[in-house]
Ligand binder design. Structure first.
Ligand SMILES: C[S@@+](CC[C@H](N)C(=O)[O-])C[C@H]1O[C@@H](n2cnc3c(N)ncnc32)[C@H](O)[C@@H]1O
Length: 423
């Protein structure tokens, strides 16, 4: 009997039904995975879109292509009071997701076995959709974006991502090589074993050149999701923007935007580059960055219905009359409170992972920990923060106001704190 070519969905189903992804024990909590929870936070995404602090309570959130539910758990933990809907092509994955959410006590949930392209069959409209590590597996990712747009409420936001063409080029080359030596036609466990044998047989320098490090590939899924991933594809920034245009979606931001700063690539930006940068669109700046330093595995983005977002820059008055708060995922994190308080008591800086900051890390110097301490209790008027800094004794009122506003503005760029103007 002649064998036919499997569709992208059939290939995904074969792999993920056998090995639901990721392989994380049911009992592990996601509550401290702040860098990932950041990407799943409805409030953070809406703040990027509108500058408003909107609570997730009562919102309907969708984790599309939920895999084994690790990400779904993060979504539930990052968005207290929201209804969580999750689906995947793979029944085994959906079952695990359901068990995981139940194990951790989340009950306002719904689970479905479904193809992303048939999402409208659910008859539900969503406030926020997260699709992590799925879009690039589809035959045509634009169809996936269109499917999500059809079920997105008018004010809703989609967070999704694509593999980066340049960053991941070694894997795309090796996937082709392994196809040539027949490893896409064998059972997953056999393929993983053969990849290990193949890589172990390469000259040392050659193996390094294809990013082979045996310690990183002791588990089969690591091999299957990289060197043997079917239908894996890479994209560039202009290609993403073209897909969004075709799907009628509007680009809001990359979720790790500070890490795509062209200026950060230079010791000093040459004058002719600076002049060009001033005239560039956001897309062109990101494109220039990826051409110089394709460092990110994913192009990870927030989008909405094209033309529906409107964000005005904050004025000095908004700042002075407003209140600031830590991003709610920080405020809700017992670990953040504990570590912050400990660093404060020991009068030392506090360094942590934070997706919104440059290189995914942020350091709060010891003096700034004191400045921001009132925010641990909740939203705090900016004038109170300034007054507190004056009372600490090292700065006069005017200088304190200047320095506090400069610092708060930088933290707001990282979505580490959010501003609420006075009403
Ligand atoms: C790499 S895993 C990612 C799982 C999860 N999103 C995460 O990040 O932990 C890819 C998942 O996408 C699912 N998938 C692939 N194509 C799909 C489709 N067309 N519709 C629904 N799910 C799909 C697979 O079954 C698999 O569980």
């Amino acid at each position: 009997m002649a064998s036919r070519t499997l569709s992208a969905s059939e290939r995904a189903l074969t792999l993920y039904e056998a090995l639901p992804y990721p392989n994380v024990p049911l009992s592990q909590t996601a509550r401290n995975a702040l860098p990932e929870m950041f990407k799943m936070s409805y409030t953070t995404a809406q703040y990027v879109r509108t500058h408003a602090v909107i609570e997730p309570e009562g919102k309907v959130l969708l984790n599309a292509g939920c895999g084994s539910g690790w990400e779904t758990l993060m979504m539930a933990e990052a968005n207290p009071g929201a209804k969580i809907v999750a689906f995947d092509l793979s029944p085994a994955s959906v079952k695990l997701t359901e068990e995981r959410l139940r194990y951790h006590g989340f009950t306002d949930t719904e689970f479905y076995v479904l193809n992303l392209l048939e999402l409208d069959r659910l008859g539900i409209q969503f406030d926020f959709i997260s699709l992590n590590d799925v879009l690039y597996l589809l035959e045509d990712p634009t169809d996936g974006l269109r499917a999500m747009k059809r079920v997105l409420k008018p004010e809703g936001i989609i967070r999704a991502n694509l593999h980066h063409r340049y960053q991941r080029q070694v894997f795309f080359r090796m996937q082709e090589a392994f196809q040539m030596v027949g490893q896409f036609d064998v059972a997953p466990a056999t393929g993983a074993k053969n990849v290990r044998e193949f890589m172990g047989s390469l000259q040392e320098e050659v193996a390094k050149g294809v990013l082979w490090n045996p310690a990183s590939y002791t588990e089969d899924p690591a091999i299957l999701n990289n060197y043997l991933l079917s239908n894996d594809k890479g994209f560039t920034i202009p290609e993403l923007f073209e897909m969004l245009r075709q799907a009628g979606l509007g680009f809001l931001s990359l979720v790790d935007m500070p890490d795509w700063s062209v200026e950060s690539l230079f010791k000093e930006v040459p004058e002719f580059v600076r002049r060009k940068l001033e005239a560039m669109s956001p897309m062109e700046r990101l494109q220039l960055y990826e051409l110089i330093r394709p460092a990110h595995r994913l192009i990870d983005f927030w989008v909405d219905h094209a033309g529906s977002s409107l964000v005005f820059p904050w004025s000095d008055e908004d700042w002075l009359e407003g209140s600031v708060q830590f991003n709610p995922i920080l405020l809700d994190s017992p670990r953040f409170h504990q570590e912050y308080t400990k660093a404060l008591q020991e009068n030392r800086p506090y360094e942590m992972q934070w997706t919104g900051a440059t290189h995914g890390r942020i350091t709060l110097p010891a003096d700034k920990l004191k400045w921001l301490a009132p925010l641990l209790q909740g939203p705090t008027p900016v004038r109170e923060v300034i007054q507190g800094v004056v009372e600490l004794g090292s700065l006069e009122a005017e200088k304190a106001a200047d320095e506090v506003l400069t610092y708060l503005t930088a933290l707001e760029d990282f979505l580490f704190i959010l501003l609420q103007p006075s009403l």
